[in-house]
Design a protein around this ligand. Sequence first.
Ligand code: SF4
Length: 317
Amino acid sequence: MVRVSAPIPTAQTLVPVQTELALWFGRNARDLPWRRRGTSAWGVLLSEVMSQQTPVARVAPLWQRWMDRWPTPADVAGAPRAQILKEWANLGYPRRALRLHECAGVITAQYGGEVPSTVEELRALPGIGEYTAAAVVAFAFGRRSSVVDTNVRRVLARVVEGKALPSPSYSAVERRLAQSLVPHGDDEAALWAVSSMEFGALICTARAPQCGLCPVQKHCAWRLAGYPVDEHADARRPQRFEGTDRQVRGKVMRYLRDNGFAQRRELDGVWPDAAQLESCIVSLIVDGLIENDGDVLHLPDAPPPPVRGVVTSPVVH
Ligand code: SF4
């Protein structure tokens, strides 16, 4: 394979890439509900938390349901945690829901119910990390920030660094490079953020980049270098889901979301490995995702379970 060395782009040399991706975004952006005009800063924050490690197709209907039911941080903060977890449904990683509930409480108590607008304030909120804070600053407040998710990392690794994929962990060097490539203007920076994210999600995907459709193929250092192989391939073995504690915890949470509460022995049917099941139940209690009253397990803040034989249907709403 012939390799052609490409010059390392700078903020200036990346301008043609940013321009092409902005044009591409104008023609190809998905109509996601939180991108519509009039979405509140809370709506943007909610969409970013829900979309972490979760496909947007699963997020969109649930985001809409949350915004219809609880349109403000104060509404979320005032809801019982059992309802929050129930409405989190199958988004996965339900600790995010509890952290979001705490975050809404802090925004209500400390900021009068208004989402703060600086990276520093946002990062001090429960459950809000570097990426989410930067995304809220850019997409809710239209201000310059360095928004780097896995899609942007991959696009920069390929276009700028000539690598198949970024390194397994986000390094300080990578962070500095991403920051140095953010356009100077607020609008341009926000457009670069959203267009590079969308481009990575739809065209420059991890497993099957569509280089034939790529508007920046002539600028792509990885393509120009002849697609060198991923130097970290061994460290990237796909994570299995079947049989993991995550799967078992998900089954327990689903049972309690569907039924409101359960006698401990009722859960024996959700997973065949009794030791693994027990350890997952304990970990859910430790994480605050479920509570136990004697032998009865239920979602936090749920009303007390009815006495068996007196009320026959479960009660969490
Ligand atoms: S040419 Fe292919 S690998 Fe390079 S940026 Fe375009 S889609 Fe991604």
